[in-house]
Write a protein that binds this ligand. Sequence first.
Ligand code: FAD
Length: 445
Amino acid sequence: MITVSKQPFDPGPAAWNEILPSAMPYPKLDGDIRADFLVIGGGFAGLSTARRLKQLQPDAAICVVEARRIAEGPAGRNSGFMIDLPHNLASKDYAGDAARDRSQTALNREAIAFAAAAAEEYAMPQEAFSPSGKINAAATERGVTHNQDYAQHLASMGEAHELLDATAMRAISGSDYYLGGLFTPGTAMLQPALYVRGLGEGLAASGVLFFENTPVTSLNREGTAWRAATPTGNISAGAVILCVNGHAESFGFFKRRLMHIYLYASMTRALTAEEAAALGGERRWGFTPADPLGTTVRRISGTGGERIVVRNRFTWAPGRSVDAQRLRPVAHVHDRSFSARFPCLAGVEMAYRWGGLLCLSLNTAPAFGELEPGLFSACCQNGLGTAAGTLSGKLIAEQICGHESASLSAMQSFPAPKRLPPEPFASIGANATMRWGEMRAGKEL
Ligand SMILES: Cc1cc2nc3c(=O)[nH]c(=O)nc-3n(C[C@H](O)[C@H](O)[C@H](O)COP(=O)(O)OP(=O)(O)OC[C@H]3O[C@@H](n4cnc5c(N)ncnc54)[C@H](O)[C@@H]3O)c2cc1C
């Protein structure tokens, strides 16, 4: 018997979801049902698992349960960069070992192609999934140097990229904050809530059963099947797939091997036409920071109007929870980052502020594979879950269905997530690394 020790919690609203018209709810489980496959978690990994299972076994009964509503969890709270290239958050400029980066890039592209096919099949609007590339923005000379180093790394990998100067960055963003940028074309930019909702709707239309507001509280082995208990009913399934990212640890797996971190973002109210005109620049762009601990900024233009989204600050959360009050000091940093970049938008306030939990491992390994007979994991996306979650969901479905591929072998050859140092050393080390990194990021924050 596996008792789930913690249910998911993320502070503040899932803004990307809030700015969309409200979605028709899926039902809450009511009573006992049977399925061939039970997917726990309705984020990138869970929905991609369900999609790939449906492709490989069209007649199977597939069920997805989500503790909250689809797009209310981290899948609807991220910045929407589905990145193809190496993006090692622990490196000064995102680059890592060249051979590993090449194979990671191929895997990320497989995920992006899988997401692109879903977006096309389910006729999602371009706002949901747009293969428009991204820019690594540098606000300091140090950032410019990071970009140059990273550009060299990309050149050695044979990857297309373009260095931009301050004038080009101003023409794109309307801001003269940036000294330079590095454009790479392979990132897909998501309206993450629109994308995951679209994926859910497409799957539901093809017969996948969805239950929202249905947290799994325990798992029990019953012969060759598993029974998942929820507050309002039970689901028996031949195979269960955990797609709960760091909450794999709440199910009792990968204990002291996963690093749980909250990330925070704020989104402005919709700009007026005058404010948008005063800002100038292009209507849609996405900047990741040249320093991994700096500020991610997006300008979006779509269903919820024209807005700016900023994302920065990391907090360590070994217990997978955070006090909602934590948003207050973070808000101050967001406001500072926003006003430094956009002084001409001085009167524009933030409409939404939120945080979301993500999961990393010390050796950037996923928590992937069969945990016990019939119980599988597609967890620990190492921060980049839009691509990594999509990939691990796709590949775990292939493993379950015996569909062999080079990508699955690559995924299976990762070592297990490395054990963390004992407490209090892990917490002291993680907090010191993040605070020092944020201080060093300087104007990049
Ligand atoms: C502010 C912010 C910015 C980010 N920016 C980016 C970005 O630009 N690009 C990128 O690639 N990544 C980004 N991320 C990370 C990304 O959001 C995650 O890595 C990704 O959502 C992980 O996908 P997943 O499907 O594995 O897990 P999740 O999206 O976390 O989905 C897991 C789901 O499982 C559900 N669940 C958990 N326990 C249970 C239970 N007991 N019963 C039922 N359901 C359960 C949760 O409610 C959740 O919805 C960002 C995250 C944040 C917070």
